[in-house]
Write a protein that binds this ligand. Structure first.
Ligand code: NAD
Length: 497
């Protein structure tokens, strides 16, 4: 059983609160590590290290910060297998999927390598006689990042590389369920040359999070997690005068029009619904089939779902691993019999699956539930597991109205061969990220990621230009260099001429 440590002011630190969490291998159900749960004073130590490091790091040259990011990019790339193994051991996702998460996180480090271009200001010359105006952006100070269990590498990398490249210092509070990959990323950042105190990591639960939300020296908070906690984070941090971006949960709909290539649509639905055991905020959890293709599409999805290989994430034959905890597995599985009771048709029932040799693991098979209606729990809740619901719609308008009534608006996808329908959908749908024949439209690093409605609280999406704006404040400088004869008292409001 390993003991996981905090990382504060450039050094590992043992927990001193006396409170610990247990880290488990979801494929076996065995406890593999103990993680300290920080007290208020441990969080304060990390924030004060970050506050002390801010002045030198925030004023370090762009060249220096960029060089650190380039070295970091190479180090994470070189250690990608090791990081993926840590993810699989504590999260459970299959190795190839874990590698994919590291690669998508690296895209944001690559974005941060280009920070000199992204931070360039604007100037206007001679706005009035001998007067110039310059707009610049400066770092905000100490930033806190709070991240979920489902992407222990990628989601932290959505945040701290951009924040650091902009000149901020950072306190990261990863998920206490699978913290080792995140800790490794922080260690590598120090190998790359991030100075002591610039990037700190404290493990913990609500006690640590709430202290970060209230701490007077924390200027900004980035959060990714479930909707109720995102709302709590947004409201509490805002009430304490901080800028906040809090990304929440999702229920992503994939709309299939009758003209779509149904084999491609079925491939996409199965990949996006059951990949990472459905524990992705961009997973497709509802397919909206516009008639008359419902029966044929459900048949094709069911055939593919039945053929999936489920097993431990470190077995190269496995396509899908276990869920994060036994409680979560049981909650996910409970939706299938409930859907049946509420009138849906269970086409594939994966509950009760036992993986031979891994009887203690938190496995469930994949489930497909057809003829779902919006009043059913399987539709209304974010399940966050491998349960795919199919809703039948008579036409495009009915399908669009269903999607737009959802309380969430993270991602959505349309499958069609009709360009006009696709264009209409991308303008009319109420969601932050739209895929056209792309089931999981996670934007590349130089665009920004974020949802609408209950999927995001705050004004800024993460990474891309939005990330740079979130982690910097604007400043506008107006300059006059008067000639010797200029001057004179004038009590009027300054006007340009
Ligand atoms: P979670 O909300 O339970 O936890 C997220 C973070 O908040 C963790 O660091 C956790 O320690 C902390 N936390 C938990 N309870 C808290 C409380 N009461 N007070 C303060 N802090 C608390 O989420 P999770 O289960 O780790 O992750 C899954 C959820 O995250 C899903 O809802 C998923 O949709 C969402 N998610 C969203 C996105 C997105 O980009 N919108 C991305 C990934 C995950």
């Amino acid at each position: 059983m390993k003991t996981i440590q905090h990382f504060i002011d450039g050094k590992h630190a043992d927990g001193t609160s006396g409170r610990r969490g247990t880290v488990t291998n979801p494929a076996t159900g065995e406890a593999t590590g103990q993680v300290p749960l920080a007290s208020v004073s441990e969080v304060d130590t990390a924030v004060s290290a970050a506050a002390k490091a801010f002045e030198p790091w925030g004023t370090a040259s762009l060249a220096k910060r960029t060089q650190v990011m380039f070295r970091y990019r190479e180090l994470v790339h070189a250690h990608r297998d090791e990081i993926a193994e840590l993810i699989t051991a504590e999260h459970g996702k299959v190795h190839s999927d874990a590698l994919g998460e590291v690669a998508r996180g690296l895209e944001i480090v690559e974005l941060a390598c280009g920070i000199p271009q992204l931070l360039k200001g604007e100037t206007s010359t001679q706005v009035s006689t001998r007067v110039d105006v310059e707009s610049i952006r400066q770092p905000v100070g100490v930033v806190a990042g709070i991240t979920p269990f489902n992407f222990p590498a990628m989601v932290p990398m959505w945040m701290f590389p951009v924040a650091l490249a902009c000149g901020n210092t950072f306190v990261l509070k990863p998920s206490e369920k699978d913290p080792s990959a995140t800790l490794r990323l922080v260690e590598l950042a120090h190998e790359a040359g991030v100075p002591d105190g610039v990037l700190n990591l404290v493990h913990g639960d609500k006690t640590a999070v709430d202290r970060l939300l209230e701490h007077p020296d924390v200027e900004a908070v980035s959060f990714v997690g479930s909707t109720p906690i995102a709302k709590h984070v947004h409201d509490t941090a805002s009430a304490h005068g901080k800028r906040v971006q809090a990304l929440g949960g999702a229920k992503n709909h994939m709309l299939v029009l009758p003209d779509a290539n149904l084999d491609q649509a079925a491939d996409a639905a199965v990949s996006a619904a059951y990949g990472s055991a459905g524990e992705r905020c961009m997973a497709v959890s509802v397919v909206v089939a516009v008639e008359p293709i419902g029966d044929e599409l459900v048949g094709k999805i069911a055939d593919r779902a039945r053929a999936l290989t489920i097993g431990p994430g470190d077995d190269p034959a496995s396509e899908m691993g276990p869920l994060i905890t036994a409680e979560h597995r049981d909650r996910v599985a409970s939706y299938v019999p409930r859907a049946r009771e509420q009138g849906a048709e269970v086409v594939v029932d994966g509950t009760g699956l036992v993986v031979e040799g891994h009887e203690g693991g938190f496995f469930t098979g994949v489930s497909l539930v057809d003829r779902v209606t919006p009043d059913m729990d399987v539709y209304a809740d974010e399940i966050f597991g491998p349960v795919l619901a199919v809703v039948r719609a008579e036409n495009y308008q009915e399908a669009l109205a269903l999607i737009n009534r959802s309380r969430w608006g993270n991602g959505t996808a349309l499958f069609t061969r009709d360009g006009g329908a696709a264009r209409r959908f991308q303008l009319e749908v109420r969601a932050g990220m739209v895929g056209v024949n792309v089931p999981i439209p996670v934007p590349v690093g130089y665009h920004s990621f974020g949802g609408w409605k209950d999927s995001l609280f705050g004004d800024h999406h993460v990474y891309g230009n939005d990330g740079v704006h979130f982690y910097t404040r604007g400043k506008v400088i107006t300059t006059r260099w008067p000639d010797p004869g200029d001057g004179g008292v004038d009590l009027g409001f300054p006007s340009n001429g």
